[in-house]
Design a protein around this ligand. Structure first.
Ligand SMILES: Nc1nc2c(ncn2[C@@H]2O[C@H](COP(=O)(O)OP(=O)(O)OP(=O)(O)O)[C@@H](O)[C@H]2O)c(=O)[nH]1
Ligand SMILES: [Mg+2]
Length: 901
């Protein structure tokens, strides 16, 4: 074939999918043979099938690795991809879905629709892949064409149309799949191939063919159908490619299998994964040393590969399945995940480190394999899909590395998620380090995995830092707190954070973000998820009762079932924990007549979460790799703040507290000050949503989604500079019991105590504190603004209430600064809100102050002793004072005369 022709030739990438033993490899063989690519017809059973190339596959008669073959036809070149059908190798199948233009779903005429077929159908739906259906093994007794078609139409889609009927009937049925097709058919009495291809491409029509791959029946009709109705993809002219698997050839050369999805890939081209969003440290650039077009075990080297070509590239060492190169985007994470975990028992004297690095090679090639190193136990654990995969791995490890490994008893791989939104905060500030991160954690739909987003104003944290935080979280998300299992179905949104000009390093954000996730989880309601299987159980009708009892005991659910004569088929779903060893039990009590097949359905909440978690024995508080506590710094020394007190220490603002009667607000106010706990935030979100409807969190950028009717303290330009805290002095004194008691005797002493506490508070929070005392009843009082250590103290003038002062001050300061007001006065509150300041209630403020340093009790205790009415300030207070005086403090407004006391 000359090059010019190659370029005009359309390529269609067709995947063959089915449950195990349906006949995919046999059908590939038949298609290649009938298409003129094979001179002799091989057979799976004779160990000479063209696409079951590996020794292991030939020995066992099953496909383990996906394989490709090129089938040039008139005007179109089909690239066939044969996939494994066994549920243990589903991931190998799933990753080919990322590059398919269409699929042929093979259904065994004697088995009908199996649970795995339905899983495949769901995956095709999810990936939006047009499909043809080939019902195979129609040569065997018991295959009933009409019943099978009915089943396909009822259980897969009404768009399943038998293409083996006469043309008129095909048109008539296909016309019902789309309005335009129907109109065309009613007008002309016919449907063009183009219209049919469009229906197929839109997944409205699924052409069905019946036949026998082994006997080459119905194979020509399928070939003809693919030629005429398979969608012809079009590609952009700029280069792009999607990696779908990594493998090694018999010489050990690392091969990157990819599909060119735009432009042309030439040998020796420089490839890179550089993309917006890929952190610089993860970017690679490597040369495509060799391009190989594989057909079965053989390949021919190519100089170039045009768009639509599936090829293997040698010379790349850092590619990974799902990666997008050039103009192609990366694929979302696969839906299927390994669910069982086994401990690897190495042969005597084998170094675990060396074994680990070899096993990591296999992990790279097999997406259904996770190699986990347990540092504490110094053990390697393999997470995988099932026993068959385990057996294959044992052989692979022996063949490839000469290592005879055994496996310990298998366990379940749990996952964790949360039930309601929660906020998380982490701060990491040992000497000369600095990072603060605030996150919103939200439960996602089942199967959605981990999703990351940013909704943090750039003025608060530069986009580069934000990207780094997200990519670090994505690369190594911290585990859940119930069992230390991976988190899933969770959306993590970065809502705030802070870096230090000089001291912040990338690793600091990793620390802060990890702490923020764990802190958020610690305050959230966590759920343990366990894997569930869909099952299909065939057994003698007499054993049905036993099976149903067993399944019920496991916590499974069964579909209604009618035994047909001697045989019964029971379908349903249940926890993998019970089902994974059930096949052997079935074989025993049915005396070999029963057959169980399972496929992964997804993760469901664990029925007995407490027992499962206790069995794992994980204690998140002791997990020093993933702390929930934060590290803050005072006077040059880092100190740990327990997770439940972190909110009181944060340097960046966060969500406001909601109390009954206050206007509710979004948690996203970028400059709002935080006074509540994570639980309160979850509650806050719920209240907000009850009032205003669901918050548009998916795309949320705080300032854009601010509702005009909701008070919006952080208006368009978020204010910079220090935060101001105005304290309504007497109001607080009479709201705090400890001070109220003192005030009953001696108001002056109470005032002094309040000021002492606030000195301490200011030292930690570094905000500008203005304490306002009402003096309007004092006749002739001119008003006074003064300093008390690191505080501004204002005595209002005659005829001016503290309220009025605060109102005015918030108005003036609020234009350029963040302002919070500590008070409990309801009327004042409304005005202050209106000026864009935040109110902190006296009790919330008390909590905040209590948390700061945890010293309030001690000070009050000392000061309340009759012999010591004078505040006792420790060396720390002096240090705070010096610190405060070094800072250039803005003066409070209306500072009339400043008298030093
Ligand atoms: N009678 C009959 N047997 C068939 C037909 N097609 C395949 N087989 C047999 O079914 C068995 C499985 O065939 P394969 O082609 O290996 O099935 P597969 O779907 O590729 O299986 P996996 O790759 O392991 O998932 C073999 O013994 C085939 O000979 C058919 O049309 N009729
Ligand atoms: Mg096969």
């Amino acid at each position: 074939m000359d090059n010019g022709m190659k370029e005009t030739m359309k390529r269609v990438c067709v995947g063959l999918l089915a449950h195990v033993d349906a006949g995919k490899t046999t059908l590939s063989e038949a298609l290649l043979y009938r298409g003129g690519c094979l001179r002799t017809l091989g057979r799976v059973d004779h160990q000479d099938a063209f696409l079951d190339t590996e020794t292991l596959e030939r020995e066992r008669g099953i496909t383990i690795f996906s394989k490709q073959a090129v089938l040039p036809l008139e005007n179109v070149e089909l690239q066939l991809l044969d996939t494994p059908g066994h549920a243990d190798f589903s991931a190998e199948m799933e990753r080919t879905l990322q590059i398919l233009d269409c699929a042929v779903l093979v259904v065994s005429g004697t088995d009908g629709l199996q649970s795995h077929t339905r899983t495949l159908w769901r995956l095709l739906e999810r990936y939006g892949i047009p499909a043809f259906i080939f019902v195979n093994k129609m040569d065997l007794p018991g295959a009933d064409r009409a019943a099978l078609l009915r089943e396909l139409r009822e259980r897969l889609s009404g768009g399943c149309v038998d293409f083996g009927e006469e043309t008129k009937a095909v048109w008539e049925n296909a016309a019902l799949c789309g309005e335009e097709a129907l109109t065309a058919y009613l007008e002309t009495g016919a449907l063009s191939d183009k219209t049919l291809a469009e229906l197929v491409g839109a997944r409205k029509l699924f052409p069905c063919f019946f036949g026998s791959a082994l006997r080459l029946e119905g194979v020509d009709a399928l070939l003809d159908g693919l030629k005429r109705y398979a969608p012809r993809p079009s590609y952009p002219s700029a280069f792009g490619a999607r990696v779908y698997k990594i493998a090694r050839d018999p010489q050990g050369v690392r091969l990157t299998f990819l599909k060119v999805t735009g432009g042309v890939l030439r040998v020796k081209a420089l490839l890179t994964n550089r993309h917006p969003g890929v952190p610089e440290e993860d970017v690679w650039e490597e040369k495509a040393d060799q391009l190989r077009i594989y057909s079965g075990a053989k390949f021919h080297p190519a100089e170039e590969a045009g768009a639509g070509t599936v090829c293997a590239v040698a010379g790349l060492s850092r590619t990974r399945p799902g990666e997008g190169l050039g103009g192609e985007t990366s694929a979302p994470a696969p839906v299927l995940e390994p669910v069982l975990s086994y401990r690897v028992e190495l042969p005597e004297g084998c170094d675990p480190g060396g074994a680990l690095s070899r096993l990591r090679q296999l992990e790279e090639e097999d997406p259904m394999l996770r190699v986990v190193w347990n540092d504490r136990l110094r053990e390697i654990h393999l997470q995988l899909m099932g026993e068959v995969q385990l057996e294959i791995l044992r052989r692979l490890i022996l063949d490839r590395f000469g290592l005879a490994v055994e496996f310990g008893a298998g366990g379940i791989v749990y996952r964790e998620t949360i039930t309601a939104p929660a906020l998380g905060a982490g701060h990491f500030e040992p000497l000369r380090h600095y990072a603060e991160v605030r996150l919103l954690l939200e439960p996602g739909p089942g199967g959605s995995g981990l999703v990351f987003a940013a909704a943090c104003p750039e003025e608060e944290l530069s986009w580069d830092w934000q990207r780094l935080i997200l990519s670090q979280l994505r690369a190594s998300p911290p585990p859940g707190i119930l069992t230390g299992s991976p988190l899933t179905d969770l959306k993590i949104t970065l809502v705030g954070g802070r870096a230090h000009e000089k001291h912040t390093e990338g690793g600091d954000f990793r620390q802060a973000a990890c702490r923020a996730v764990r802190q958020g989880l610690a305050g959230a309601e966590n759920v343990l998820l366990e894997p569930w299987y869909d099952f299909h159980l065939e057994l003698p009708a007499g054993c049905l009762g036993r099976a149903m009892t067993d399944l019920q005991r496991m916590g499974g659910e069964t579909d209604p079932c009618q035994p047909a004569g001697e045989e019964a088929v029971l379908t349903g779903c249940g926890p993998a924990a019970g089902l994974r060893n059930y096949a052997a039990e079935v074989a025993a009590y049915t005396h070999g007549q029963g057959r169980l097949s399972c496929s992964l359905r997804g993760y469901e909440p664990c029925a007995d979460q407490a027992a499962a978690a206790a069995a794992v024995g994980y204690d998140w508080r002791r997990d020093t790799d993933y702390p929930a506590d934060s590290v803050f710094c005072a006077h040059g020394t880092g100190f740990t703040v327990p997770w439940d007190q972190v909110w009181g220490y944060l340097h960046t603002a966060s969500a406001p507290r909601v109390e009954a009667g206050e206007p509710e607000r979004t948690v996203s106010g970028p400059r709002a000050a935080y006074t509540g706990t994570a639980e309160q935030d979850a509650e806050l979100m719920a209240i907000f949503e009850r009032t205003y409807g669901p918050v548009k969190r998916r795309e949320f950028r705080p300032r854009e989604t601010a509702r005009p009717e909701a008070p919006a303290p952080a208006a368009d330009a978020p204010p910079a500079g220090p935060e101001y805290l105005l304290v309504d002095g007497y109001n607080i004194i009479f709201a705090w019991d400890e001070l109220k008691r003192v005030a009953a005797d001696n108001l002056d002493a109470a005032r002094k105590q309040l000021l002492d506490l606030l000195c301490n508070y200011q030292g930690f929070r570094k905000c500008v504190v203005i304490v306002v005392f009402d003096a309007y009843r004092v006749p002739g009082n001119p008003g006074e603004a003064t300093r008390y250590h690191n505080l501004h103290v204002v005595y209002t003038k005659e005829s001016q209430t503290a309220d009025a002062y605060i109102e005015k001050a918030t108005y003036e300061i609020g234009r350029g600064h963040r302002v919070r007001v500590a008070t409990s006065d309801g009327a004042e509150q409304l005005i202050i809100w209106g000026h864009g300041a935040l109110r902190v209630s006296a009790s919330a403020f008390h909590e905040e102050v209590t948390q700061v340093g945890g010293q309030i009790a001690a000070i009050l205790d000392r000061n309340n002793r009759p012999e010591s009415r004078q505040p006792v300030r420790a060396a720390m207070d002096r240090a705070l004072l010096e610190n405060a005086q070094r800072r250039e403090d803005p003066e409070p407004p209306e500072g009339k005369t400043v008298k030093k006391r």
